[in-house]
Design a binder for this molecule. Structure first.
Ligand code: ADP
Length: 365
């Protein structure tokens, strides 16, 4: 099957006077597993339903394989969608549920049998054709919904929160199955999720949406390491933030006055220089595991920017210990990798926290 691209060009969609999608531009590559990630109400489902043809945009173009399909009806689009609720027919057997779309397309009996059989085999449900949906587990129902969609051989597969109805263990297992299936079929797949772990573990690339605006598009590691703004930084992974006033600048370093912490002298990487140019207030962000934690009186390692703090609480997670450390008026998360024999910092104890310059991000406050 030919792999196709999906492109959104300047797409705007309003419900009444409320603009829900604001000039959305996306380039989804042929065969890509692409995630739309964002908080509830950010417009993810609206965008997915628009690609399926259930919603109509007022402005812009939707191209599949380079052709604008904006005016095509959903059933003419050759796009398959799996709904969050699965939407299986309760009175039909698994076999008949999967056969439904082919029967509607008046496919001959032999082809129908071969295709339904192949689709059920693909999702590992060959032995379950006679069952009704209510005789299946949640994960199996999800697979029926998938089989029913891929049996019509769509060029694009859309998944709306595909794993949200499953319990945590099954969710982790199913996301690997889903990815393996997508790789076998090679079908361009777009899935919606509010769960950043789900997006990061499966997607080739993802788009982060907030209030109908695409904030950033890229590979999971790119968004995690190089978020373009504070929203993406906080939505993808855990982030500590210190906000302060720029006190002075000298070439490629600046001094940030953080209330309760004092002056921090920050060397700037080229992209940080750009982000901080002309700004008087800045947010300094860094991930919990990039902080170094040391006893208060240790000789400071010059590669880090050190801040004194007090341990408020700690949680032992096995692989690491997560500390809450008070620094001035702020409370920061610090993850320290754990090894046998490593002693922990006690609550109430004084520590030194080391920021590694290459792991910091700066955003306009
Ligand atoms: P998400 O999938 O990210 O949770 P949605 O796409 O469902 O977000 O919704 C985006 C925004 O559009 C929300 O503010 C929601 O209330 C609004 N919205 C969604 N569908 C409709 C509709 N049919 N009529 C009016 N407003 C809607």
């Amino acid at each position: 099957m030919k792999k196709v691209s999906v492109q959104c060009r300047n797409i705007r969609l309003s419900y009444g006077s409320t603009e829900v999608l604001k000039n959305v531009n996306l380039d989804i590559e042929p065969g890509e597993f692409f995630a739309l990630l964002g908080p509830s109400g950010s417009g993810k489902s609206t965008l997915l339903r628009l690609i399926a043809g259930f919603n109509r945009h007022q402005h812009g173009e939707l191209l599949v394989d380079g052709r604008d399909i904006s005016r095509q009806e959903p059933w003419d689009r050759n796009i398959g969608m799996v709904f969050q609720s699965y939407a299986l027919w309760p009175h039909l057997s698994v076999w008949d549920n999967v056969a439904f779309g082919l029967v509607e397309r008046k496919v001959d009996k032999a082809t129908l049998k071969a295709k339904v059989g192949a689709a059920l085999e693909l999702v590992g449900l060959s032995a379950y054709g006679e069952r009704r949906p209510n005789q299946l587990s949640g994960g199996q129902q999800q697979r029926v919904a998938l089989a029913r969609t891929i049996v019509i051989e769509p060029q694009v597969l859309l998944l709306d929160e595909p794993l949200s109805n499953l319990d945590k263990t099954l969710r982790v297992q199913m996301r690997q199955e889903l990815l393996a299936l997508q790789r076998r079929l090679g079908i361009t797949t777009i899935f919606v999720t509010h769960d950043q772990e789900e997006a990061m573990t499966t997607a080739d690339r993802m788009a982060v949406l907030e209030q109908g605006v695409v904030q950033q598009v890229g590979a999971p590691a790119t968004l995690y390491d190089y978020p373009v703004n504070a929203f993406v930084a906080n939505f993808v992974g855990t982030m500590n933030t210190l906000e302060g006033q720029v006190r002075s600048r000298h070439g490629d370093s600046l001094v940030l006055d953080v209330p309760g912490v004092g002056d921090l002298s920050i060397p700037l990487q080229p992209d940080m220089l750009r982000a901080s140019a002309d700004q008087q207030r800045l947010q300094l962000s860094f991930r919990p595991h990039t902080l170094k934690v040391d006893v208060a009186d240790a000789a400071p390692d010059a590669r880090y920017i050190w801040m004194p703090g007090t341990v408020e609480a700690s949680e032992f997670m096995g692989e690491f210990t997560r500390y809450r450390v008070r620094v001035g008026t702020q409370s920061l998360s610090v993850d320290q990798p754990h090894y046998a024999g490593l002693s922990k910092f006690a609550a109430g104890g004084a520590v030194n926290l080391g920021l590694e310059p290459s792991q910091m991000r700066l955003f306009a406050a």
